[in-house]
Design a protein around this ligand. Structure first.
Ligand SMILES: C=CC1=C(C)c2cc3[nH]c(cc4nc(cc5[nH]c(cc1n2)c(C)c5CCC(=O)O)C(CCC(=O)O)=C4C)c(C)c3C=C
Ligand SMILES: [Fe+2]
Ligand SMILES: [Fe+2]
Length: 371
């Protein structure tokens, strides 16, 4: 049996690092029908997303959805596509770079390696994990950019990570941020972004918190997503001092024929306009980066519904994206979840490390003497 290989000795000699996998949903490679078919096939074949037995779902997926949806979705993506590609990806790259820069600036800690990995499409989660391994990461923290936990998003990210690690000889120590829907740093960044929007653009009569929906059945089966969306909204409303009756929570982006979480965003904006609301603000706290679902569906489609039903102006409040306070909040989450790891707590300074060890040993001795 071969005990050493050039590959393993190289890795063992590298300075160990903490790897941070910044994960998000992912996006098609281009806004074209073939690229959408590839992306949607991967996305909608995920049993965490579509919880329908395969034998019932596959004929629908291959017989109907993948024949009709790619063309429609490609047209929608074309409306939001930018010079440097899909907003979700370019913002994701800036978010990963911002977190990397903040972690690397910490004295007496690290080294840290940070990579962006997308659950569907590119750069993939397996590719990002391999890059972290090449940087010498033996401890990996997964940070899914979903503030509210759902099996369909956060749960699925875990599956992709676990599947990749099944093929690794030396499995790294692993931690994952499950949710941060009520973390004060996140709530405060949201509240600040809303306040700043009001200062610059003016304030509407009502504020709508719109979240991506999931089938209602997932809630009944125990998914905490719905509850966490309500809590985020309540905390932001409290932080802003909003009066009851001036804000609502709704769910957007329905897919398929079953009931999804209610109230639906499109029906609500229409009703509010019909009831006489003239100026409506919409914020989407479940999206850490602007994407098709916010730019095309809220700032596009739902603005039209509102304005066609008698409303005057729907203003979309952008996602936290690469705002400095968002990047600070995400970096704080990494440090909080990495506690107990030497590279995160500090200790590259040999003198400080020695002092810490001596103190620990002293405490242990004192406790032993007490017994
Ligand atoms: C933020 C949380 C999200 C949850 C929860 C979620 C659940 C969910 N999504 C679908 C189906 C689709 N979603 C699509 C796009 C999309 N979804 C999210 C986020 C959540 N999805 C994002 C960020 C995006 C946009 C990605 C981008 O490239 O900009 C799409 C693709 C677009 C389209 O064809 O409409 C589908 C399909 C289901 C079924 C689901 C829960 C079960
Ligand atoms: Fe979605
Ligand atoms: Fe959508």
């Amino acid at each position: 049996m071969k005990l050493y290989s050039a590959k393993s000795t190289f890795q063992h000699d590298e300075a160990p690092a903490v790897g941070v996998l910044v994960a998000n949903l992912g996006t098609p490679d281009e806004p074209t029908e073939p690229a959408l078919r590839r992306y949607l096939r991967q996305f909608l074949s995920d049993p965490r997303v579509i919880e329908i037995p395969r034998w019932r779902w596959w004929p629908i997926l291959y017989g109907i959805v993948l024949r009709t949806r790619p063309k429609k979705s490609a047209a929608a993506y074309s409306e939001v596509w930018e010079q440097d590609g899909s907003p979700l990806l370019s913002i994701g790259q800036r978010q990963a770079a911002g977190i990397r820069q903040r972690l690397q600036a910490l004295n007496d800690r690290g080294p840290f390696a940070v990579e962006l990995g997308m659950r569907y499409g590119n750069p993939s989660i397996p590719a990002a994990l391999r890059r972290l391994r090449e940087s010498g990461a033996r401890r990996i923290l997964v940070l899914p950019l979903y503030p509210q936990y759902s099996a369909s998003t956060t749960g699925s990210t875990f599956d992709a990570v676990a599947r990749e690690l099944m093929g690794w000889r030396w499995v790294p120590e692993l931690r994952m941020v499950g949710q941060y829907h009520d973390e004060p740093v996140y709530i405060q960044a949201l509240a600040r972004s809303i306040r700043e929007h009001w200062e610059h653009e003016g304030r509407g009569e009502r504020l709508l918190f719109s979240y991506h929906g999931v089938p209602e059945r997932y809630l009944l089966d125990g998914d905490p997503y719905h509850c966490q969306c309500l809590k985020t909204s309540r905390l932001v409303a409290e932080e802003l001092g909003l009066e009851p009756g001036t804000w609502d929570v709704t769910f957007q982006s329905r897919f398929g024929n079953e009931e999804w979480l209610k109230p639906y965003t499109d029906e609500t904006v229409t009703r509010l306009a019909q009831e006489g609301v003239k100026h409506l603000d919409v914020v989407c706290p479940g999206f850490s980066a602007d994407c098709l679902e916010t730019l095309e569906e809220i700032a596009g489609e739902n603005r039209e519904y509102f304005e066609e039903s008698g409303g005057e102006r729907l203003r979309y409040i952008p996602a936290l994206n690469d705002r400095p306070d968002h990047l600070e909040a995400l970096t704080a989450l990494v440090l909080q979840h990495g506690q107990g790891w030497r590279e995160v707590d500090g200790g590259r300074d040999p003198e400080a490390e020695q002092r810490r060890r001596a103190e620990t040993a002293e405490r242990a001795r004192a406790q032993g003497a007490e017994r």
